[in-house]
Design a binder for this molecule. Structure first.
Ligand SMILES: [Zn+2]
Length: 391
């Protein structure tokens, strides 16, 4: 059997304690062993040894939520409300979209992600121009096809491959009527394919589900000629979603910022995945998720969102923002939780933890290397870094 042994000063498997002077053996795209360097070298004498020196080998990062196609809509400055941002996107899309711009955004975005250690991306596809580019890129891709009332086609469009799969994504409660959300969830449940939705992103969305005055009905619907939406009322976006029949679908909720602390346990009970996008929420001025409370849970991942609502697609910038929000837990715990959310938590949030997210025998060998000096706490070294090499 041929393979490679990556040797370095610190291995962070995430699923267990870090290993000093460790090694990871990989063959045929799978991890065959992880442990002390000498022991691994003895166990696999035919493998090629690559000594990386000082630094950390970690599982590749999982950027659970991007809109690579919307990179060309990057705004000049931050926003004060969700609806003012949405208006910017709608105006931009109607006046300036063209295939060249969209495809360039996707290609540039992929570059930024790989340079910052991302090996898996959860991409929301609005136009469909991202599918082939991602399928032919080094990134493992979950392509979420965005469904809305004005774009309700739920047929699968791109053939899956070893590193590419397509799922359906109900855009949001204000853009998909409850019947369409139910349809997306039930189709997904029948095929045993996970699905997702933007949920609890803004105060306007809470007002919308409560049936109160809101920016969607006052500004956005008249702008796009959308008729009023018939819907049930709920106290919060999460309760609104719970009232919709899902058929047992595995659902990933993206943003989940406007969640009551008392709802966090309920979310865990439902087995729902959660993707936090701290810099996007800050950029749009829509509020902050209860991050330290979420950190106690599994199935919590991290996403940069698109350049249409963020300043960079560098995943280390997102990890740093998350780390800051976790600091009430103390520096060391914050770093460890941030790294977990960026890797294994993301795999769980996308329902892919059997395959990726940690360095464990049998999982796919999506590995990254972060060069650094002395490593007292390898989790902190990951948080402090700015670039990584995908191995
Ligand atoms: Zn999004």
């Amino acid at each position: 059997m041929n393979g490679t042994i990556f040797v370095c000063s610190d291995i962070v498997p995430v699923s267990c304690e870090p290993v000093k002077n460790g090694a990871v053996a990989a063959s045929g795209g799978k991890i065959t062993a992880v442990g002390g360097a000498e022991e691994i070298k003895k166990s696999f004498p035919d493998f090629t040894v690559r000594d990386l020196g000082r630094g950390v080998v970690a599982p590749g990062f999982i950027n659970c939520h991007t809109h690579l196609e919307l990179g060309w809509l990057k705004p000049e400055k931050k926003f004060k409300s969700f609806t003012s941002w949405l208006k910017h996107i709608i105006d931009g899309k109607s006046s300036g979209a063209n295939t060249g711009k969209i495809e360039r955004s996707v290609t540039d975005g992929i570059k930024s992600l790989i340079q910052s250690g991302v090996t898996t991306v959860g991409e929301i596809s609005s136009y469909g121009n991202d599918a082939d580019i991602l399928k032919n890129s080094p990134l493992r891709t979950v392509l979420f096809r965005e469904i809305m009332d004005n774009r309700p086609d739920t047929d699968t469009q791109t053939e899956p491959s070893e590193r590419f799969e397509e799922r359906l994504f109900a855009h949001a409660p204000y853009s998909c009527g409850p019947e369409l959300i139910e349809k997306v969830f039930k189709i997904s449940a029948r095929g045993n394919i996970p699905t997702g939705i933007h949920l609890a992103e803004s105060p306007e969305e809470t007002a919308f589900v409560k049936g109160e005055k809101n920016g969607f009905e006052e500004t956005i619907y008249p702008l796009i000629g959308k008729p009023p939406m018939k819907r049930h009322k709920a106290e919060t976006p999460f309760q609104y979603l719970r009232a919709i029949e899902s058929g047992g679908a595995k659902i990933t909720g993206v943003h989940m910022a406007h969640i009551k602390k008392s709802e966090i346990k309920q979310i865990q009970k439902t087995g729902m995945g959660v993707v936090l996008c701290p810099r996007s929420n800050e950029f749009l001025g829509t509020g902050t998720a209860p991050v330290p409370e979420y950190a106690e849970m599994e199935r919590i991942g991290l996403g940069t969102d698109g350049l249409s609502s963020n300043t960079t697609l560098n995943f280390f910038d997102e990890i740093k923002a998350l780390y800051k929000l976790l600091l009430p837990l103390g520096e060391n715990t914050a770093a460890e939780k941030a790294v977990r959310i960026a890797t294994l938590g993301g795999a769980e949030a996308l329902f892919m933890e059997d395959k990726i997210g940690s360095i464990e025998t049998g999982k796919d060998s999506d590995l990254i290397f972060i060069e650094c000096g002395e490593t007292e706490n390898p989790y902190l070294e990951i948080v402090k870094a700015n670039k990584a090499e995908v191995l």
